[in-house]
Design a protein around this ligand. Structure first.
Ligand SMILES: Nc1ncnc2c1ncn2[C@@H]1O[C@H](COP(=O)(O)OP(=O)(O)OP(=O)(O)O)[C@@H](O)[C@H]1O
Ligand SMILES: [Mg+2]
Length: 370
């Protein structure tokens, strides 16, 4: 009679513990940390000797434990089966003050069972929360891709629509100028129209590049050659400023299949950004080298650098920190579009006040369709 009573009491405690676990899980749905730190508090009361019981849960390097857990001399532990190769366990312990009852240690079969159940339930919960997190990450990536595709389509449409009337504005302005008979002021105004139109045409070109409306022309190109040719033009722009250009081109750089015009566009956009980042002068480093199966192009400046907030957004189309009229925020979007269409990768490191480094990696051998 006495033992049945005891058993019943233990069973009630056990059920209460499981009930509380489900309540905690429900109330703190997505917060695994909270769930675990609350769970360790409900485990000791479910033990036969709650006053001496301790509990601990370990997930990877994170440990959640009752204050005196480290002092427990008897321990029982149950492993969790987690996805993603993480290791975890649920442990209960009794401090030495508890008399061991016969063989098999101080833990009842029921207590062990309970801990195994808790470990199983927690595994399910944690795995589910990891899966949920993954899903959300994927969804937001997908959204970003959809947005990019939408912006791309939109830009292509706008660029196309604008190109034609712009051509006429430019053409007629040039005709008026050619016809002559203008006074000084009028001549100046016409020049302004021409200049503004040319500027707009550049933007439209960028938009088209960005939305990949320009067909690619793939040939064997050597990036070093492209750099030397392109820098020749950029160099002229340095002469006024106090920017020192240092280029380190690897002479053994192999040629790759690429669109030469697009490659020089990448270089121009990266160097233009670097120059803009150094209004008071500095050093512009341009380097190429072979890195495993890829060639690497780095453009480094000693300019103002970027905050993490800015860094996160720089590849978004139309993101710019420059005043209206000075930046369209398409430079890096174009670069990224070109690099990924060449099956390459681009990465950035930057420190505010110190400078930024952009590295483009292009595979030496690509798997081109066709
Ligand atoms: N080298 C750099 N140093 C510091 N900030 C940079 C650098 N390169 C890019 N950025 C930041 O990234 C933003 C986006 O660059 P992106 O080239 O896409 O557009 P933009 O230069 O503003 O305009 P656009 O290139 O279209 O004229 C810039 O406005 C600037 O804030
Ligand atoms: Mg730019």
């Amino acid at each position: 009679m006495h033992s049945t009573n005891l058993k019943l009491k233990e069973r009630v405690k056990e059920l209460k513990c499981l009930y509380e676990l489900s309540r905690i899980a429900l109330e703190n749905e997505k917060n695994v940390r909270t769930i675990l730190s609350k769970t360790i508090k409900i485990l000791p009361p479910a033990m036969q000797f709650p006053d001496f019981a301790e509990a601990s849960i370990t997930i990877g390097r994170d440990v959640y434990a009752t204050p005196n857990f480290s002092r427990s001399t008897f321990k029982f532990s149950s492993a969790m089966t987690l996805s993603q190769k993480q290791k975890g366990k649920v442990e209960i312990g009794y401090r030495s003050t508890v008399k061991t009852k016969g063989v098999g240690g101080p833990f009842l079969v029921e207590e062990k069972k309970l801990i195994n159940t808790v470990a199983r339930e927690l595994s399910l919960l944690i795995n589910r929360s990891i899966a949920e997190e993954e899903k959300q990450k994927l969804q937001s990536q997908l959204k970003q891709l959809e947005r990019l595709a939408f912006v791309g389509e939109l830009s292509a449409g706008i660029a196309h629509e604008l190109n034609e009337p712009l051509g006429r504005i430019l053409g007629f302005a040039q005709l008026i100028k050619k016809a002559g008979g203008l006074n000084g002021q009028q001549e100046e105004d016409i020049d302004r129209i021409v200049k503004a139109s040319l500027y707009t045409r550049e933007i439209i070109k960028k938009l088209m590049l960005f939305s990949r409306q320009m067909p690619q022309q793939i040939t064997m190109v050597n990036l070093n050659e492209i750099i030397s040719n392109t820098l020749y033009f950029i160099d002229v722009r340095f002469q006024s400023g106090r920017i020192k250009m240092i280029s380190k081109l690897d002479p053994r750089l192999p040629s790759i299949q690429a669109d030469a015009v697009q490659m020089s566009q990448v270089l121009v956009n990266l160097t233009t950004n670097a120059i803009h980042a150094m209004p008071r002068g500095g050093e512009l480093w341009i380097a190429t080298k072979v890195k495993k199966d890829s060639i690497s192009l780095t453009v480094k400046d000693t300019g103002q650098g970027m905050t993490n907030e800015v860094k996160k957004k720089i590849f978004e189309p139309f993101f710019t920190t420059k005043p209206v009229g000075e930046g369209t925020g398409l430079g890096l979007s174009v670069v990224q579009g070109i690099v990924s269409s060449h099956q390459g990768k681009i990465s950035v490191t930057s420190t505010v006040g110190k400078g930024s480094k952009f590295e483009v990696l292009l595979p030496i051998r690509q798997n081109r369709k066709k």
